[in-house]
Design a protein around this ligand. Structure first.
Ligand code: NAD
Length: 256
C-alpha cells in the first residue's frame, strides 16, 4: 500500500517508534530511522522487510541537527512523505522541584522538535499534494497527571499544533493527526514501574498492576504493534479526510 513512499520516524530505535517503523515497512514504505542507542539492529529488521532503510542520528533537542536530518531525507530519499513525530522523554517530579534543564529538554524533544520537522517537511508534501504527519502525543495530551508538568504541557502543545497544521493543510492531500496512547510497555514506562517498585518497596509485578489500575480501565497495555497498525490506517486512503484529531488508544483512560 505504501510502496514508493518514505517515512521518517523520529525516536525509532526503541519502543513505539520502532513498532510504527516496522508496520509502515511491512506496507512497502521506505524508512528513515532516528534515535539513540543501537541503530544497526532496527536497521536490519527494517531491511529484512525488503524496503530501503536509512538512519540519521539527529538529537531532536537540537534544531540544527534536525535540519541536517531533513536535508539527508531530501538528498537520499527524495523527501519525507510520512512524518511520524515520536521521539520523547519523560521526567517525573513536583513542579516546585522540577529541574529547569529537564523542563527545557522535555519541551525541546517532545514539542519543539515536531515544529521543526513539520515546518521543514510541509513544502515537499505540498509539492506532491500528499503527505501524512502523525504526532505521537499521549493520554497526557488530553488530561493531566501529577508530577508530569513538562510532559503534560508538551503533549497538550503537540495536540494543539496538530490542529493548527491540520487546518493550514485542510484543502490539500496532507493530513495531520495525533495518536494519544495510554500505557505502552516500553523502556520509558518500564523505568516508571521500576521506580515505583523501588520507592514503595513492592515487587515489579505489583507495581505494574498498580500503574495500570490507577489510570487504564482495560488494565491492559496498548502494544507497539497496535499503534503501528493505527499509523498504517492513518496513511490509507480511508483516512484521507481525517484531519486534526487526537485519537486515543488508551484502554479507556480519557473516557473517565
Ligand atoms: P522509548 O524510550 O522506548 O523510545 C524513545 C525513543 O526516542 C528512543 O528511540 C530514543 O532513542 C529516542 N529519543 C529520546 N531522546 C531523543 C533525542 N533527544 N533525539 C533523538 N531521539 C531521542 O519510549 P516510548 O515509550 O516508545 O515513547 C515514544 C513516544 O511515545 C514518546 O513521545 C512518548 O511520550 C510517547 N508515549 C509513550 C507512552 C508509553 O506508555 N510508553 C504513552 C503515551 C505516549
Amino acid at each position: 500500500m505504501l510502496s514508493g513512499k518514505t517515512a521518517l520516524v523520529t525516536g525509532s530505535t526503541s519502543g513505539i517508534g520502532h513498532g510504527i517503523a516496522l508496520a509502515l515497512a511491512k506496507q512497502g514504505c521506505g524508512i528513515i530511522l532516528n534515535g539513540f542507542g543501537d541503530a544497526e539492529g532496527p536497521k536490519s529488521e527494517v531491511a529484512a522487510l525488503g524496503v530501503k532503510v536509512g538512519y540519521h542520528s539527529a538529537d531532536m533537542s537540537k534544531p540544527a541537527e534536525i535540519e541536517a536530518m531533513m536535508s539527508y531525507a531530501s538528498t537520499d530519499f527524495g523527501g519525507v512523505d510520512i512524518l511520524v513525530n515520536n521521539a520523547g522523554i519523560q521526567h517525573v517530579a513536583p513542579v516546585e522541584s522540577f529541574p529547569v534543564e529537564k523542563w527545557d529538554a522535555v519541551i525541546a524533544i517532545n514539542l519543539s522538535a515536531a515544529f521543526h520537522t513539520t515546518r521543514l517537511a510541509i513544502p515537499g508534501m505540498r509539492a506532491k499534494n500528499w503527505g501524512r504527519i502523525i504526532n505521537i502525543a499521549s493520554a497526557h495530551g488530553l488530561v493531566g497527571s501529577a508530577q508530569k508538568v513538562a510532559y503534560v504541557a508538551a503533549k497538550h502543545g503537540l495536540v494543539g499544533m496538530t490542529k493548527v497544521v491540520a487546518l493550514e493543510t485542510a484543502t490539500t492531500g496532507i493530513t495531520v493527526n495525533a495518536i494519544c496512547p495510554g500505557w505502552v510497555l516500553t523502556p520509558l514506562v518500564q523505568k516508571q514501574i521500576d521506580d515505583r517498585a523501588a520507592n514503595e518497596k513492592i515487587a515489579v509485578e505489583q507495581a505494574t498492576r498498580e500503574l495500570l489500575s490507577e489510570k487504564e480501565p482495560s488494565l491492559q497495555f496498548t502494544t507497539t504493534e497496535q499503534l503501528g497498525e493505527l499509523a498504517v490506517f492513518m496513511c490509507s486512503p480511508a483516512a484521507d479526510n481525517i484531519r486534526g484529531v487526537a485519537w486515543a488508544a488508551d484502554g479507556g483512560w480519557t473516557a473517565q
